[in-house]
Design a protein around this ligand. Structure first.
Ligand SMILES: [Zn+2]
Length: 205
């Protein structure tokens, strides 16, 4: 193969793998945003139904009406995940090679517990800073509190993209960075953590 043709081939394959990685990042990020929006839509329908039944006001008197659920939330939640998925797809081969499935419930439970405690500390620190530093509150965090005291499962994800990015994606980026440097990691424990986290975020609100 002439040198020029070879160079062209290498460039094309490099470009196609870069495009592939970018698409995984964008698809993964927007997938998370869309999944969140659909979950919120279902939760919203349940909340509205409960409100019509009077159940919510019986348990939590004085709650304000439900906040709207703008489709722009898909972007606010999804965008911060794009760089994370992009980074994961870049390191995917190394991640895959060190994945070791472990069904032991005790090891999964201990991983989830420690990770949740770390996430809580991370979240608490960031949230305190968001409220203590006026500029951060004004430009980033105030959007989340525009919901007021409305009781809904939608409140946690209603925030500025930077807010979501720092609170959730930042934590996961640090966690995956840590796992990347371990001799092995358990995909089941990571999936369990994500499930527990999503459940507590929605129910916690
Ligand atoms: Zn706050």
């Amino acid at each position: 193969m002439p040198a020029e043709l070879l160079r062209l081939y290498v460039t094309a394959s490099l470009l196609s793998s870069l495009l592939q990685t970018l698409l995984i990042g964008i698809g993964g990020g927007l997938g998370v945003g869309l999944a969140n929006y659909l979950a919120e839509a279902v939760a919203m329908a349940v909340c509205i139904w409960l409100e019509q039944q009077g159940t919510i006001h019986r348990f939590i008197p004085g709650t304000s009406p439900f906040a709207e659920h703008p489709p722009s939330n898909v972007l606010a939640v999804g965008l911060p995940y794009i760089p994370l998925y992009y980074a994961i797809s870049l390191g995917w081969t190394a991640f895959g090679q060190r994945a070791a499935l472990d069904f032991n419930p005790l090891s999964i439970w201990s991983f989830v517990t420690v990770a949740m405690l770390c996430h809580d500390a991370w979240f608490f620190t960031l949230h305190t800073l968001f409220h203590k530093i006026r500029r951060l509150y004004k430009h980033i965090h105030s959007m989340h509190h525009r919901l007021g005291a409305s009781c809904s499962a939608l409140g946690n994800a209603y925030a500025d993209a930077v807010d979501v990015g720092l609170c959730f994606v930042g934590f996961h980026a640090a966690l995956y960075g840590y796992l990347y440097h371990q001799p092995t990691w358990n995909p089941l424990a990571v999936v369990s953590l994500i499930v527990v986290e999503v459940m507590t975020n929605i129910i916690g609100e």
